[in-house]
Design a protein around this ligand. Structure first.
Ligand code: V3L
Length: 85
């Protein structure tokens, strides 16, 4: 985002950055003070809970990951599943 923050979801041993569009959608919801935000990942609806800081696939509570808002410059695994070395 313009102020240097991005949104991340948890992988096995590190954090993945959301794709830019989704990160911006989450940021917009966050700035509005929304409690949650609905996103689409590969055709599936996920709910980003901005109070619990988790994302969960709709109606599949086992598919739950932590999320965080952090600087765009932190070490990360990649973006939306695309690895960076
Ligand atoms: N953006 C992109 N892909 C996602 C997202 C998202 N917000 N949420 C889930 N997936 P689940 P390591 C992740 C993918 O939570 O080795 C990473 O992007 C998710 O991809 O059970 O553990 C990597 O591609 C997973 O493939 O609904 O760090 C991959 O895991 C699938 O949706 C491995 O990462 C099911 O996730």
């Amino acid at each position: 985002t313009e102020d240097g923050f991005q949104w991340y979801y948890e992988g096995r041993n590190g954090w993945w950055q959301y794709d830019d569009r989704t990160s911006q959608d989450i940021e917009d919801a966050f700035k509005k003070g929304d409690k949650s935000c609905t996103i689409l990942v590969a055709g599936y609806v996920y709910i980003v809970d901005l109070e619990q800081l988790v994302q969960q696939r709709q109606n599949e509570p086992t598919r739950c990951r932590r999320v965080k808002r952090d600087l765009a410059t932190i070490p990360k695994k990649g973006v939306a599943g695309l690895r960076i070395e």
